[in-house]
Design a binder for this molecule. Structure first.
Ligand SMILES: *Cc1c(COP(=O)(O)O)cnc(C)c1O
Length: 360
């Protein structure tokens, strides 16, 4: 079996060059005499890998010096709790924008820690559009404003950074970090799990402005306390060392590909082609408002829903894997993160045309 084009939403495809490099180094990393998996996380070799990974991320995203970069565990889901625990700083409420399934989960978890002020919700439109900024209600007494930059399941993505006045802007970028240029200095905190666009599962990266840390609620577990983790180089306990190393290889690959600007152009081309193929065919449809369509996760339906199962199984036989939509919404979903080559999108578009011809 050769490698397929893998359109999985997460864990998702990694660049083949990264996997080959990891393969070459798997039993012995450089002249260390051992695998990265076997090293002490406090030894010079691993500390070097960890520091290089952080330096490359800072360079790629142009992260200002007054931000900490943390490599934590418990996923983005852990941060749904970690964020209120660290950022409430004695305040009673936080503002959340509801744009789909992931922001909904962040809201449900935050309710255990604070009063959630809903700025707006896209629920009445079945999350096919981001509520217009003019309709948001902002609570000036809130500790922060939280939103989800890309709704991985609904296929809705912000094209700009929202303006929320003095409220620290907190953003779940799990499924679009490193896919487009962003100005980090506009944010109080950015977080993202590695398994969508940065590497294998196991780490959640937290980028947080210095002045927001150090006031965690007293009951905050040490592993979720940003100040304690920052003071310990994200090694308050043993970190997922091999995921950290692979994240580093993905960042090296990204730099070699020309950095985020080059990837952003490629992502624009890939997603435009696929939306074009969906829109021009009566056989396929995407429900999301064109103003907020995701470049990363593209859900679509077949006009005849009975053909969705055969579509997925025939695609799989043709080397196009993991096209089924999320179990909660059905239909199809195409995830085309940085690691998906343009040839994979082209192969999918050809398959879609052929399938429509045969079944239309
Ligand atoms: C996948 C995902 C999550 C959850 O990530 P875990 O690492 O499984 O906790 C949260 N938010 C978004 C936008 C996601 O895509």
């Amino acid at each position: 079996m050769s490698r397929v084009y893998n359109f999985s939403a997460g864990p998702s495809a990694l660049p083949e060059a990264v996997l080959r490099k990891a393969g070459e180094e798997i039993a012995e990393w450089r002249a260390s005499g051992m695998s990265v998996m076997e090293m002490s996380h406090r030894g010079k070799d691993f500390v070097g890998i960890a520091e290089k990974t952080e330096a490359d991320l800072r360079e790629l995203m142009a992260i200002p010096a007054n931000y900490k970069v943390l490599f934590l565990q418990g996923g983005a889901t852990g941060q749904f709790a970690g964020i209120p625990m660290n950022l409430l700083r004695g305040k009673a409420s936080a503002c959340y924008l509801d744009t789909g399934i992931w922001s909904g989960k962040a809201i449900d978890e935050a309710k255990h820690y604070c009063q959630v002020e809903l700025a707006a919700s896209g629920k009445a439109q079945s999350y096919t559009v981001i509520p217009p900024r003019a309709e948001w209600k902002l609570d000036p007494a809130a500790a922060y404003f939280h939103y989800t930059a890309n709704e991985t399941i609904n296929g809705v993505e912000f094209q700009d950074i929202p303006e929320v006045g003095d409220l620290p802007l907190v953003c779940d970028m799990s499924s679009n970090i490193l896919s487009r240029a962003i100005d980090v200095s506009k944010f109080g905190l950015i977080y993202a799990g590695t398994q969508k666009n940065m590497g294998p599962a196991g780490i959640v990266v937290v980028i947080v402005r210095d002045d927001l840390i150090g006031q965690a609620a007293p009951q905050t577990p040490g592993v979720l306390d940003y100040k304690k983790q920052a003071d310990n180089g994200s090694m308050l306990n043993t970190p997922p060392t091999y995921t950290w190393y692979l994240l580093g290889l993905v960042l090296e690959w990204l730099k070699a590909e020309g950095g985020i600007a080059a990837l952003e152009q490629r992502n624009i081309r890939k997603s435009a082609k696929l939306y074009g193929a969906i829109d021009e065919s009566p056989f396929y449809s995407n429900p999301v408002d064109p103003s907020c369509r995701s470049r990363m996760n593209i859900p679509f339906r077949l006009a005849n829903a009975d053909l969705e199962k055969p579509f997925a199984s025939e695609a799989k036989a043709a080397g196009l894997a993991n096209l089924e939509g999320h179990r909660s919404v059905g239909g199809m979903r195409v995830s085309i993160y940085n690691a998906m080559p343009e040839s994979g999108v082209d192969a999918l578009i050809d398959f879609m045309a052929d399938f429509a011809k045969r079944h239309g």
